[in-house]
Ligand binder design. Structure first.
Ligand SMILES: [Cu+2]
Length: 282
């Protein structure tokens, strides 16, 4: 190889290495990972994050390889240097190579993807079940094992602020359009199965931190499950355009430590008994 060619190839490789290093080290530091997918708080969401990263790096490697070959070919094999275009119209060898390599890459990606998918669909061994029903424009939660049920709607201050001439400004409301009156309270470290349906039109129950989204379809019951690893407040939205107030039926999940969850259940049941007694007295 001529000296000039060696320098050009070395520069191309250097550029590719700098680009890759920037992607790996500098970009996440600059953005605080904010432009990446979130890791979530469940094993499922961690699986999805890992899958996403595997596929991303496969794409990065392919991109670097393709652009390196392309630019070095363009620069080193240009017409002005006396190169002539190849004239062949068929190459079985090339066709075999460009079929086998993508197939192998797809197989490498399919194995972890299928494993994650199978695990995601396996709701067996759940310790409690919550039925979720979507309505225009609220969610109903029924804890089938605890005999608790309630409807969760947009919180009243957000609801007031979104009305014209209400006198309440969105800026004055904390978590504007993101809070609800009755959040879904769940325990951490327990496998929870969800039965998801709807009573009018199609909705979709989506909390990104849990790592999945399920359509709520009238007449169908879709299944999903979760096992939240970290206590906290996780927010979501209806993810299927369902009517004029589609943007006003947020989801709030509050994940509590097991003992706190159990005392929350007892509180709910005690409140229920009290209100039942009041009804009987009347
Ligand atoms: Cu909806």
């Amino acid at each position: 190889m001529k000296k000039e060619n060696t320098i050009i190839v070395a520069l191309a490789v250097l550029a590719a290495v700098i680009a890759a290093t920037w992607l790996i080290l500098v970009a996440p530091a600059l953005t605080g990972n904010e432009i990446n997918m979130t890791k979530g708080v469940t094993q499922q969401s961690a699986d999805h994050f890992d899958l996403h990263m595997i596929v991303l790096w496969i794409c990065v490697v392919i991109g670097i390889a393709v652009f390196t070959v392309m630019f070095t070919s363009i620069v080193l094999h240009r017409k002005s240097r006396g190169h002539k275009a190849a004239k062949f119209s068929h190459s079985t060898k090339a066709e075999i190579i460009w079929t086998i390599i993508p197939v192998l890459i797809l197989v490498v990606m399919a194995v972890p993807a299928t494993t994650a998918l199978v695990r995601m669909e396996d709701s067996s061994g759940a310790e409690m079940t919550v039925k979720i029903t979507g309505f225009q424009w609220r969610w109903k939660y029924e804890y089938l094992d605890q005999d608790i049920s309630f409807i969760s709607s947009l919180d009243s201050s957000s609801n007031a602020a979104r009305q014209l001439n209400s006198g309440v400004t969105p800026e004055s409301v904390d978590n504007y359009l993101l809070d609800v009156d009755h959040p879904l309270v769940l325990p951490v470290g327990r496998k929870i199965k969800f039965l998801i349906t709807a009573d009018d039109v199609i909705h979709s129950w989506w909390v990104p931190a849990l790592g999945w989204k399920r359509d709520a379809i009238p007449g169908f019951v879709n299944e999903a499950w979760t096992n939240i690893e970290k206590p906290g407040t996780y927010r979501g939205q209806c993810a299927e355009l369902c009517g004029k107030d589609h943007g006003f039926m947020p989801i709030v999940v509050i994940a509590l430590a097991e003992e706190e969850f159990d005392s929350w259940v007892n509180e709910q049941l005690a409140g229920k008994t009290q209100s039942d007694q009041q009804v009987t007295v009347r």
